[in-house]
Write a protein that binds this ligand. Structure first.
Ligand SMILES: [Fe+2]
Length: 269
């Protein structure tokens, strides 16, 4: 199993977390009179692929500062704190760590933090300045094939988001077995990769995602996402890559120069 380690300096300004690839040794538990050195893994906070004011006026800079800079950062920092105590959860890519800590439906304590870190990384990529409109090329054809029309898909996505009880996420996924697109909702931090779904798009339906800009008007938040924020470019690229690749791929091109640590699509079968 490939080991990818990220070190991040959490004291750096929000917009420029410094990530590097190296190993960190710490003194582990005492084994009798002998000190044991343990290698631990750390995961870094990735920046969204746009400036924090890049989604205004539909998602404010203040909302991004809190949502990404505080909430998302908190999930990553809490995960790293947990991993410092683990000699077992080492060397996983983040998608592997999500699946491993899901533990077949009996989540380990680390699951919520790693899944929420993953989900938020994906959420920032699911939006872009000047987003909205309609998908193009292959994704539009696949949506029309699997939902009947783009209008049907949109209605299904919105209905699913607004019918989610409590906190969670709504997703457009490619079902690995059926090779069909589907809209699914998940509670709390659950990510469809634990059920072998391949995420194409997601929308954060936790209250913290919309309250600053939309208070309790979830319908307006979802509408703004669909009309002005959703990145069909990213989703289209992702689906095409899913279909074309015969090997494990990573969706981290925007990271520019980073190694592909966050791999989450294994194979389109
Ligand atoms: Fe969130």
């Amino acid at each position: 199993m490939a080991c990818h380690l990220l070190l991040t300096d959490f004291t750096l300004p929000l917009k420029s977390p410094k990530l590097s690839h190296s190993r960190q040794q710490r003194k582990g538990r005492s084994n009798g009179s002998r000190k044991v050195s343990t290698t631990v893994a750390y995961y870094g906070l990735k920046t969204p692929p746009y400036n924090l004011d890049g989604l205004e006026p539909y998602m404010s800079k203040r909302a991004l500062e809190v949502h990404w800079g505080v909430r998302h950062r908190g999930f990553v920092e809490d995960l790293n704190r947990q991993l410092r105590k683990s000699d077992i959860l080492y060397g996983y890519t983040m998608d592997e760590l999500v699946k491993t800590t899901f533990n077949n439906g009996n989540p380990l304590p680390e699951f919520n933090n790693v899944a929420e870190a993953w989900n938020h990384d994906f959420f920032w990529e699911s939006m872009q300045p000047g987003g909205g409109d309609m998908p193009k090329l292959g994704l539009l054809g696949q949506i029309e094939k699997d939902f009947g029309s783009f209008t049907n898909f949109r209605e299904k996505f919105v209905e699913t988001a607004l019918s989610l009880f409590g906190s969670g996420w709504v997703w457009l996924v490619l079902k690995r077995q059926d090779k069909r697109l589907a809209v699914v909702k998940t509670s709390n931090s659950i990510n469809p990769i634990v059920w072998e779904g391949i995420p194409i798009l997601n929308l954060d339906m936790w209250e913290h995602a919309y309250y600053l800009d939309y208070k309790n008007d979830k319908a307006k938040y979802v509408s703004m996402f669909m009309n002005h924020l959703v990145s069909w470019n990213a989703a289209t690229d992702l689906l095409e890559t899913c279909k074309l690749t015969a090997t494990r791929i990573c969706r981290a091109p925007y990271l520019g120069g980073f190694e592909p640590d966050i791999c989450f699509i294994e194979r389109y079968r």
